[in-house]
Structures are given as structure tokens and as C-alpha cells.
Design a binder for this molecule. Structure first.
Ligand SMILES: NC(=O)c1ccc[n+]([C@@H]2O[C@H](COP(=O)([O-])OP(=O)(O)OC[C@H]3O[C@@H](n4cnc5c(N)ncnc54)[C@H](O)[C@@H]3O)[C@@H](O)[C@H]2O)c1
Length: 286
């Protein structure tokens, strides 16, 4: 399998995929990004261009470097344009059937030595790999949101992943300037397995101890050394994203702490999603 990755395919250029594509072009990789429509591909390119321009304004990159990075990005609606990629990272919607169909197609059209990775947070990498005829080349590469800012990538070994596929993913993470933690394919991998029940506990404590979100955040930043309070973090992650991940983990492990607290489900249902909707635990004015 391929040790010297140069061309990376990214499927799905939403919040995560566009961030991953940005990180990859900034690190010098050629990227082919696939979206379902040309408009969505263009919108993702515009967002990336905006972030690169901001970096140039702040002096974190020269204008030439930002332009050169953007020139390494090509967007497409054709999956076949990913045929000569050395590595493909899937970042489409978190739905098993859609991802399995995509992996089956990628398996058919990508070179035999290409590594296929998924950015799934809550699905089984092994189940996705099973949709291909070559499960040994499938791994998880779990980036954190926002991908350009968060250093960690969990490199997930599924049941049948080969050592070479895992090594290729680890090498790419290093070249991206990120920090890799290799782990096995278990629900929530490492960070979410710990963080999701912990954040659920924090929300339950709001009602049990009758404290405000501000007070809870103050307690955890000053008493536990958290860089950001749990309510601030939940607003940043998105209440809907957290509830979805929490439900998925609960379904798999059936631990009561993993079930989303009713208060969070009610917030999700009411559209109080945090920063993205303007209101969650806090108001986020324009
Ligand atoms: N948002 C997070 O905090 C976060 C963190 C880590 C991992 N993830 C995972 O990353 C993946 C993507 O999440 P997101 O938040 O970026 O979602 P998103 O909804 O922002 O983006 C998904 C994108 O995929 C596109 N898409 C759907 N089907 C496609 C297909 N067949 N081909 C190409 N594009 C397709 C959609 O048009 C959309 O733009 C999910 O598996 C999610 O669990 C999300």
C-alpha cells in the first residue's frame, strides 16, 4: 500500500470535510473534494478561501502561500475524479446506509493501493469496511471540530485494517501537523467515550445542584482547570450534534450516563442548538 500519499480525496465538504480539505492543502497535499452539487462545492471553496485570506491578513501565512494552497484544491461532483487518490477521507452525513453505499463505490473505483478512511464519530468503522471487498484498506481518521484548529486525529484500527493502512494514516496525520492517537474501533473511540458521558453529567448537575450554566462553567474552569466550561463547550459543539452522538453511544453501550439528559433533548427539539442557532445555554448575538 501507498507510503507516499500526495493526492487526498475528501468526500463531503461540510463542516468537517471542508476543514479537513483546508488542513490538507495547507500541508502541501493535492486535494480533490467531492460534494453532491457544484454549488455546495463552490460554497466550501469560498469558506476555505475566506479562512486562508484571514490567515494571510493576520500574518500567519503569506498571500502567496494562501494562493498556492487554494490552487491545490479541486472540487467536483464526480466520484470517479477520486480514482487516482492515494487516500480518500469520507466526511458525509452520519448515516450508516449512505456511508456503506459510498464505501462500496469507492472500493470499486479507487486504485487497489489507496487507503479509504472515514471521519465518522459514532458509527462502526468495521461495519463500513464490511461494505467493501477490501476491508484491510479501511481505517478511521477521526478529526475534531473545527479541524483546522483542533490538533487531535484518532486513527482507528477496524477489525480487518492492515498495519500498512494504519501506518499510512498515521504518517499523513503527522504530515498534516496534527497529533495522532491510534486506537481500536470501539464506540466513541477515545475522546467521545470519555467526554460525552462527562458532559451529560454536567447537564444533570445543573438541575441537581440548582446552579446556572454560568455558575457551572465557573466551577469547572476554576475548580477542575477546564479551559472552557461545559455549557460553553456544548454551545460550541452544537446541542444537536452532542445529542445525536450521545444517543448513538447509548444505543451501543446501554450505560445510563450515555443517554442524553431530557434537558438537552428538549433544547435540541426547541432549536436551541448553541452558537450555530444563536442561542443555546447562552445567547450568541450577531
Ligand atoms: N461536526 C462535528 O463536530 C464532527 C466532528 C467529528 C466528526 N464528525 C463526522 O464527520 C462527518 C461529517 O460531519 P459534518 O458535521 O461535516 O456534517 P455536514 O452536514 O456539515 O456535512 C456533510 C456534507 O456531506 C455532503 N454529502 C452528503 N452525501 C454526500 C455524498 N454521497 N458525496 C459527497 N458529499 C456528500 C453534504 O452535502 C454535506 O455538505 C460525520 O460522519 C460526522 O459524524 C463531525
Amino acid at each position: 500500500m501507498n507510503a507516499a500519499v500526495q493526492r487526498i480525496g475528501v468526500v463531503g465538504l461540510g463542516a468537517m470535510g471542508a476543514g479537513i480539505a483546508q488542513v490538507a492543502i495547507e500541508a502541501g497535499f493535492d486535494v480533490v473534494g467531492r460534494e453532491v452539487s457544484a454549488e455546495l462545492g463552490e460554497a466550501a471553496r469560498d469558506r476555505i478561501e475566506h479562512f486562508l485570506a484571514r490567515k494571510a491578513e493576520k500574518g500567519e501565512r503569506t498571500r502567496d502561500e494562501a494562493d498556492a494552497a487554494l490552487a491545490r484544491l479541486r472540487t467536483t461532483v464526480e466520484l470517479t475524479d477520486l480514482a487516482d487518490c492515494d487516500l480518500v477521507i469520507e466526511a458525509i452525513v452520519e448515516e450508516l446506509a449512505a456511508k456503506r453505499a459510498l464505501f462500496a463505490e469507492l472500493d470499486r473505483l479507487c486504485r487497489a493501493d489507496a487507503v479509504l478512511a472515514t471521519n465518522t464519530s459514532a458509527l462502526s468503522v468495521t461495519e463500513l469496511a464490511a461494505a467493501t471487498r477490501t476491508p484491510e484498506r479501511v481505517v478511521g481518521m477521526h478529526f475534531f471540530n473545527p479541524a483546522p484548529l483542533m490538533p487531535l486525529v484518532e486513527v482507528v484500527r477496524a477489525e480487518l485494517s492492515s498495519d500498512v493502512a494504519v501506518a499510512t494514516a498515521l504518517e499523513v496525520v503527522e504530515r498534516l501537523g496534527k497529533v495522532a492517537v491510534p486506537c481500536h474501533d470501539t464506540p466513541g473511540f477515545v475522546v467521545n467515550r470519555v467526554l460525552i458521558p462527562l458532559l451529560n453529567d454536567c447537564v444533570r448537575v445543573l438541575d441537581e445542584a440548582r446552579v446556572t450554566p454560568e455558575a457551572l462553567d465557573t466551577a469547572m474552569t476554576n475548580g477542575a482547570g477546564w479551559p472552557m466550561g461545559p455549557c460553553t463547550l456544548l454551545d460550541l459543539v452544537g446541542i444537536d450534534v452532542h445529542v445525536h452522538a450521545s444517543e448513538a453511544l447509548y444505543e451501543k453501550l446501554r450505560e445510563p450516563r450515555l443517554a442524553p439528559p431530557p434537558r438537552l433533548v428538549a433544547m435540541r427539539n426547541a432549536g436551541l442548538l448553541g452558537r450555530k442557532s444563536g442561542r443555546g445555554f447562552y445567547s450568541h448575538g450577531a
